[in-house]
Design a protein around this ligand. Structure first.
Ligand SMILES: *Cc1c(COP(=O)(O)O)cnc(C)c1O
Length: 379
């Protein structure tokens, strides 16, 4: 079955007890047990809930892993996965990692004795050089945020295997519809499901998928012990969103491709970043591991001043943080998505005042272009 069909038919989409075509929302905190020492499949909703189970089975199936886990946010998923590590452990992460991930690593997990080195993952020799005796994992995003840099997943997972360490990817920008990293040997896939998987900017949620049983057991233990689980109502919203993932992603990509090309021809625009553009660095690698460019276009305006004027003149897109919603969302990374990053680090990874990130929604692309056109004229 192709992934576009599998999104609707993973085998977990029908309620097993009633045949309902939508999984019921089980708003139960606890479950009746048959005897004092004989338990049913569920005992307490932090440990397991039938609605959450259905969602977790769906994401595991789509990513091709053995088990999925749902958390209360993307950061809850990411932080719970980092709880696999212990004081004295070291991680190597991509330098243009999501701002919140950078913050939790440099201001929270560092206090717990887990150290991280940030390097450019598009240069594998730098990743190799950063690995130490106590390194336990490689952590990356591809395409990265917000410059859409491409990392070779096969090469990273091979390097991790060679060194006997874990490879972890935040697959938020691609979703399993476009990129399934476990197929290339990655060990753990994480999502901010708040973005494309939910798709409607109405539910905060995170997911993790383990590629093997041993990791699944470890993450299961953390999910239950730490307790940052997703509630049943939000699990249902997410399953509802996932049903239209293919339709939405196809439209996001089509719109993004049209906009990226149009932006390239504008004199106010200095540089356009989009994996679908000819000449985008790493485009061939991206094509070899993903089924499309995604729906995010970033671009530099001629000056910071023009960028700010432009942002206050756009009318259709939401101006703010987040991405992956049906509505277009335009972000100023310096003060929004990457505000948590140290200014020096921001500069190092190219997040400067002239940069804008555009999450292209499913509006008619011609209307988006008209709006960007009037905003650029005012800038
Ligand atoms: C938004 C985002 C996160 C954080 O997810 P939340 O659901 O906001 O906690 C992590 N990684 C990426 C790439 C994101 O875009």
């Amino acid at each position: 079955m192709k992934i576009g069909t599998k999104i609707l038919h993973t085998g977990n989409e029908i309620d097993p007890t009633t045949g309902a075509v939508s999984i019921p929302v089980h708003h139960a905190a606890t479950f009746q047990q048959a005897k004092a020492d004989e338990f049913g499949p569920y005992d307490y909703s932090r440990s397991g809930n039938p609605t959450r189970d259905a969602l977790e089975a769906i994401i595991a199936s789509l990513e091709g892993g053995v088990k999925g886990f749902a958390f209360s946010s993307g950061m809850a998923a990411i932080s719970s996965v980092f709880l696999l590590f212990s004081p004295g452990d070291h991680l190597v992460a991509c330098e243009d990692v999501y701002g919140g991930t950078y913050r939790v690593l440099t201001r929270l997990f560092n206090r717990l004795g887990i150290e991280t080195t940030f390097v450019d993952f598009t240069d594998l020799s730098k990743v190799r050089e950063a690995i130490r005796d106590n390194t336990k994992a490689l952590y990356l995003e591809t395409p990265s945020n917000p410059l859409l840099k491409i990392t070779d997943l096969r090469a990273v997972s091979a390097l991790a295997k060679e060194r006997g360490i874990l490879s972890i990817i935040d697959n938020t920008f691609m979703t399993p519809y476009l990129q399934r990293p476990i197929e290339y040997g990655m060990d753990i896939v994480i999502h901010s499901a708040t973005k494309y998987l939910g798709g409607h900017s109405d539910v905060l949620s995170g997911l993790a998928v383990a590629a093997d049983g041993k990791l699944a057991n470890q993450i299961k233990f953390i999910q239950n012990a730490f307790g940052a689980v997703l509630g049943p109502q939000d699990c249902w919203l997410l399953m509802r969103g996932i049903k239209t993932l293919k339709a939405r992603m196809d439209m996001h990509q089509k719109g993004a491709a049209k906009l990226a090309e149009w932006l390239q021809g504008r004199p106010e625009v200095k540089e356009v970043f989009f994996p679908g553009l000819p000449g985008h660095p790493g485009r061939e690698i991206h094509k070899s591991q993903a089924d499309g460019p995604g729906g995010i276009v970033s671009f530099r305006l001629q000056t910071e001043e023009i960028a700010k004027k432009f942002l206050s003149s756009v009318r259709l897109p939401v101006l703010g943080v987040s991405l992956g919603g049906v509505e277009s969302i335009i972000t100023y990374p310096v003060t929004m998505s990457h505000a948590a990053m140290h200014p020096d680090h921001r500069k190092r990874v190219g997040v400067t005042g002239d940069l804008v990130r555009f999450s292209v929604g499913i509006e008619d692309p011609d209307d988006l272009i008209d709006d960007l056109d009037q905003a650029l004229r005012q800038a």
